[in-house]
Design a protein around this ligand. Structure first.
Ligand code: FPP
Length: 249
C-alpha cells in the first residue's frame, strides 16, 4: 500500500502500510468529558464514541490490520450509574445487531474478551452469534473487551490451569508462558504491538495486563469521540519510529 502523506510540511504524517503493527489495542477513553464539554449527558459521549469505534474498526480492516482490540466495558465499570451502564449496553446491542446485518459485506471476524455471564441473556446471545457467524472470515479480527479486567483474566486462567493440573491434564513443572497464554481470553491472538490511550490519561487501567508486556504505547490528549484516522496514523507513525528490543540490545 506504500506510504501515506497527510500533507506536506511540518505536520506530515508518514505511515508505512507495509510495516503495520500486527495488533493494535485501544482504551476508548474520554467519552464522558467530551459530552460534558458540550453540556450533553454522558451517554451522548458514549454514542459518539461508538460511532468512532465503527469508523476506526472499518478503517483498520481496510488498511489490512490483523487484530484490533478495544476496551468497551471493564469489570469496574459496573460501578457507574445504572442509566450509563444501560446506555453502553444499549449501544453494544445496536452495534452487534447492525454488525450481524452487514456481516457478509464487512467480513470482519469478531471476538469478545471478558466474562459475558453478567450481561443480559439477549446481549450474551448476540455476542455468541456474532462470534460464531464471523468465525469463517479471515481478514481483520476485532476483539471487544466486555466485562473485562486484566487481573480477573489472569485469576481465571490460573484457576483453570490449577484444575487441569489437579485432573492430570497439565504439569506445573513444565508450565511455559505460551501454555499459560492459552488459558487467557486472548488465546490464539498475538500480543498487542501498540496500545493507544486517548484522553490524556497515562495509565493502563487493568487492560491486557499479561499481553502488554512488550507493547509500545501511544498516549494522546484527544478525547475518544474526537479520535480520527489521522490520529491513528500519528500513533502508527510514532510506533514505526521506535526501536523494539524485547529486552535485547
Ligand atoms: C471510557 O470513557 C469509555 C467507556 C467506559 C465506554 C466505552 C463504550 C463505547 C465507546 C460504546 C460502546 C462500544 C462499542 C464497541 C459499540 P469515560 O466514560 O470513562 O470517559 P471520561 O473519562 O471522560 O469520563
Amino acid at each position: 500500500m506504500g506510504f501515506f502523506r497527510k500533507n506536506q510540511g511540518p505536520d506530515t504524517v508518514l505511515v508505512d502500510f507495509d510495516r503495520l503493527p500486527r495488533h493494535i489495542a485501544i482504551v476508548m477513553d474520554g467519552n464522558g468529558r467530551w459530552a460534558k464539554k458540550r453540556g450533553l449527558p454522558r451517554r451522548a459521549g458514549h454514542a459518539a464514541g461508538a460511532e468512532v469505534f465503527r469508523t476506526i474498526a472499518t478503517y483498520c480492516k481496510d488498511i489490512g490490520l490483523d487484530y484490533l482490540t478495544v476496551y468497551a466495558f471493564s469489570t469496574e465499570n459496573w460501578k457507574r450509574p445504572q442509566d450509563e451502564v444501560d446506555a453502553i449496553m444499549g449501544l453494544l446491542k445496536k452495534y452487534l445487531l447492525e454488525a450481524i446485518g452487514q456481516m457478509e459485506r464487512d467480513r470482519v471476524k469478531m471476538a469478545f474478551f471478558g466474562d459475558l455471564s453478567l450481561l443480559t441473556p439477549e446481549l450474551r446471545e448476540l455476542c455468541h452469534r456474532t462470534q460464531e457467524i464471523s468465525k469463517r472470515y479471515e481478514g481483520c479480527q476485532v476483539n471487544i473487551c466486555l466485562n473485562y479486567g486484566g487481573r480477573d483474566e489472569i485469576i481465571r486462567a490460573a484457576r483453570a490451569y490449577a484444575l487441569d493440573c489437579q485432573e492430570g491434564r497439565a504439569d506445573p513443572n513444565h508450565l511455559s508462558q505460551a501454555e499459560f497464554s492459552g488459558y487467557l481470553y486472548s488465546r490464539g491472538v498475538p500480543d498487542p504491538d501498540l496500545i493507544i490511550r486517548p484522553s490524556g490519561e497515562l495509565r493502563l487501567s487493568n487492560f491486557l495486563l499479561w499481553q502488554s508486556a512488550y507493547a509500545e504505547y501511544y498516549f494522546t490528549g484527544v478525547l475518544w469521540p474526537d479520535f480520527t484516522k489521522e490520529e491513528l496514523h500519528r500513533a502508527i507513525a510514532s510506533y514505526q519510529g521506535r526501536n523494539r528490543r524485547f529486552g535485547g540490545v
